[in-house]
Each structure stands twice: as C-alpha cells, then as structure tokens.
Ligand binder design. Structure first.
Ligand SMILES: Cc1cc2nc3c(=O)[nH]c(=O)nc-3n(C[C@H](O)[C@H](O)[C@H](O)COP(=O)(O)OP(=O)(O)OC[C@H]3O[C@@H](n4cnc5c(N)ncnc54)[C@H](O)[C@@H]3O)c2cc1C
Length: 391
C-alpha cells in the first residue's frame, strides 16, 4: 500500500546541483518543498564536474562561451557571497583552488587565443613572471597568466546542501505524474511506496528530464553532448588550469588528492570533446600526447591512465551546440530545468524562487521510513576502473 503524503507547494525530481540549490532556495523562502532522487546525489553530471566556477564571459575557455553577460555577472556575485557565508552559506564547501593558470601552446593560434582571453574575460587574467611560475609550467614557451577562478569539490557542495535538508530528500522512482484538481498527483516507487500531491513540479534530473517531462505530458526536447574525460593518477602536483589554442581550450586540468602520495588529474577541454569518436586505446595515446604537448616538463613516471564517458544533458538547440544560458521551461505546473553549468545552478534556482509564491502549506518532510539516497562516487573512485600504467 502506498502511503499518502500531505500536499506540498513543490516537488523537485533529481538531486544534482540544480535540484539541491532549488530545494535550498525555496525552503529558505518558506515554501514547502520536497525532493525525490532515483539513484544517488549528483549521479551523472554534477559528480563528474571539474568544479570550476568559470569567471569568463564571451570567450570559450571551457567556460561561459558566448554567454549572457548579466547571468554570468549574477553567478559570480552570488558565488562570492555564498562562499563567504551570505545567502546560502557555502563556507563548508571544500575549495580546491582559488586561481587557475592560463597558458598557451606555441604557434599563432595559441597567441591569438591568449590575446582574446585578455581582452574578453570579465575577470582580467594576471601575468605570471617566469620566476613565479610553478615547476610544471617552467618550460612553457609563451606567456602564462592566472585567472581568479575558484575550483570546488562538487561532491562536497552536494553534501553541504543535502545535510541542510535531511528529511526533505528521499530515494524513489517517479512512476506517474497526473494532474488532478489543479494539483499534480505523483506516484513514487520505493522500498516504501508513496503518493504525493504538489502544486508545482520541478524536473532537475539532468539526462533523466527527457523521460520525466514525457511522463508529465510536457515533453521537453533534450540533447546529449558526449565527453570522454581523461584521468591520470600518481605522484603528481595539484594542477589547475587551461591550455589555450586559438578559441579552444586544448586541455583543462583540475586535481584532487586521493591519498598521501597520490593526486588525480581530471582532464577535460577539447581532448574530452574529441574522445567519444576514438577507440579507448587511441584516446589514451591522444590524451597523453596532448598533455605532453601542453606541459612540456610533465613527468608521468609512476602514473596510470583511465578515462570515462559522460553526457552533458541540455535542452535541444538548433545547431546542437551548448545553449547560452540556464534553462527553465514551464508547461502548466511542470517546469523542466537544465542549469547548463554548475556555476549557473544557484542563479536559476534564485530566479525560480523569486517567481514562486509561498502558500499556507506547512514545512514538509518525507515520512521517516522513506530511504535517503547515497552520494555518487567521483569518477576516479568507481571500483570497476582499470588503470593502465603510463609507459
Ligand atoms: C565532465 C564534466 C565537467 C564539467 N565541469 C564543469 C565545471 O567545471 N564548471 C561548471 O560550472 N560546470 C561543469 N559541468 C556542467 C555541470 O556539471 C552540469 O551542468 C550540472 O552538474 C548539471 O546538474 P544537474 O543537477 O542539472 O544534473 P545532474 O548532475 O546530472 O543530476 C541529475 C540528478 O537527477 C537524478 N535523476 C535522474 N533521473 C531521475 C529520475 N527519473 N528520478 C529522480 N531522479 C533522477 C540523477 O541520479 C542525478 O542525481 C561539467 C559537466 C561535465 C559532464
């Protein structure tokens, strides 16, 4: 027998960064909101994110290329408030770096890219003198800059937000969404099945949004843009930065410490865009060659390589490219949300909250016998990986 749960203002479906920021923001406004997650916090994109709070506008440094400048400015100002404890208090989120390096590959395209970065980035990159460069950048031929881009651990972000809403997040699968008397009746499959009614539903399920929006009768067209991210683990330095070539980011490297002696590099950028078209073997050779060319002084002795595939899930665009801004579309009382970037998730959450009215429903909680989700593993923690030693 399904248990009936008292009606709420909002039901959110999907506990990645989009769903958790939205839950937090609505609850802070006094709106009665609950969240249902089908597998694990942030499974899919958020847990794979490199965690860079991109500072760029207009220029494609793996960042906010061609983006809406107002939205990017709102994102920068909101994050700086949150990380210093204002609005949603994110002081407990693990910060991995507060700057990223920018450097270029030799040749004309690299030089043009660097010039573009200097002209077009909203946060001006600062030149780094030869003496002040870290060891791994000592042998880079051209100019080296630093950019005030904070890098966070996305799982720690999810954990800080989720801990604030224990009891409002449950594990379960949405079986049906049906409108009844101007509220949505949602049937939830779980070890403790439930039926909940909500005035408004927000779909924040990443790649799961396509099927869910169909289920709710307001099919929202989605596109997937595949990536193959590279990972290198071993006795490495913590490295954060973008190697630029023309208008492209050849590689974007972020790092995390996985043990006393080992660091993992998480590598995206153009190399990850190229990856899905290659065999795994060719990709390994290509990614290592790209790294050696981006960082001539690289020492990969004692290191191993692995990669994983992940899709970016977004609303469909006419040319198949990334949409320029965060997306929320409402049909009736169901809204489909894709933040496009982690950095934009709190901005779209704040916009939605501003246009959502509170009602008289009391603050809501799932029944205590409903299970809660676990946290998804970071890509390098997945047990089935087979790390290959780099010759
Ligand atoms: C490799 C990679 C690197 C990135 N790096 C950056 C970066 O450095 N900076 C940046 O700003 N952005 C970055 N992004 C983009 C950013 O990660 C995403 O835009 C963002 O995480 C999307 O969050 P989301 O909550 O919409 O979706 P997701 O993180 O995919 O979360 C969706 C959630 O919904 C759940 N779900 C799915 N189906 C259902 C269902 N039927 N019912 C209930 N729950 C469901 C999933 O289990 C998951 O928990 C990166 C993306 C990728 C793939």
């Amino acid at each position: 027998m399904s248990q009936e749960i008292p009606t709420v203002d909002v039901l959110i479906v999907g506990a990645g960064c989009a769903g958790l920021f939205l839950l937090d923001s609505l609850v802070r406004k006094g709106i009665s909101a609950l969240l249902i997650e089908s597998k694990a916090f942030g499974l899919g994109q958020t847990t794979s994110s490199q965690g860079i709070l991109h500072a760029g506008v207009k220029y494609s440094l793996g960042g906010l290329a061609g983006d809406d400048a107002t939205e990017a400015a709102a994102a920068a100002s909101l994050w700086s408030k949150m990380l210093s404890g204002d609005a949603t208090d994110l002081r407990a989120v693990r910060k991995l770096a507060d700057r990223c390096y920018l450097w270029r590959t030799a040749g004309l395209a690299g030089a043009a890219g660097m010039l573009g970065a200097k002209v077009a980035l909203r946060t001006r990159p600062e030149p780094v003198t030869k003496d002040a460069r870290p060891l791994w950048l000592k042998d880079v031929g051209g100019e080296v800059l630093t950019l005030a881009e904070t890098v966070i651990d996305p799982r720690s972000l999810l954990s800080v937000l989720a801990q604030r809403h224990v009891g409002r997040i449950a594990l379960g699968n949405v079986r049906s969404i049906v409108e009844e008397n101007r509220v949505q009746r949602v049937e939830i499959e779980s070890t403790r099945p439930a039926i909940i009614r909500a005035r408004q539903i927000f779909l924040t399920a990443g790649a799961g949004n396509e099927a869910l929006s169909k289920l709710a009768g307001n099919a929202c067209e989605m596109q997937r843009r595949p990536l193959r991210q590279a990972m290198i683990r071993g006795p490495l330095e913590m490295v954060f930065g973008h190697c630029i070539d023309g208008a492209k980011t050849r590689v974007t490297i972020t790092s995390d410490r996985i043990s006393k002696d080992e660091v993992v590099w998480h590598i995206g950028g153009q190399v990850a865009e190229d990856g899905p078209r290659m065999t795994l073997e060719n990709f390994r050779a290509h990614a290592i060659a790209e790294l050696r060319s981006a960082i001539p002084k690289i020492d990969l002795q004692g290191c191993s390589f692995e990669s994983y595939d992940v899709d970016r899930a977004e609303p469909r665009t006419a040319d198949g490219r990334r949409p320029p801004r965060a997306f929320a579309r409402t049909t009736g009382s169901v809204t489909t949300v894709w933040p496009i970037k982690l950095v934009l998730a709190p901005v779209i959450a704040a916009e939605i909250t501003a246009s959502t009215a509170a009602s008289d429903y009391p603050s809501a909680h799932w029944p205590s016998d409903m299970p809660a989700p676990e946290f998804a593993q970071r890509p390098w923690e997945v047990a089935t990986l087979s790390w290959n030693p780099i010759p």
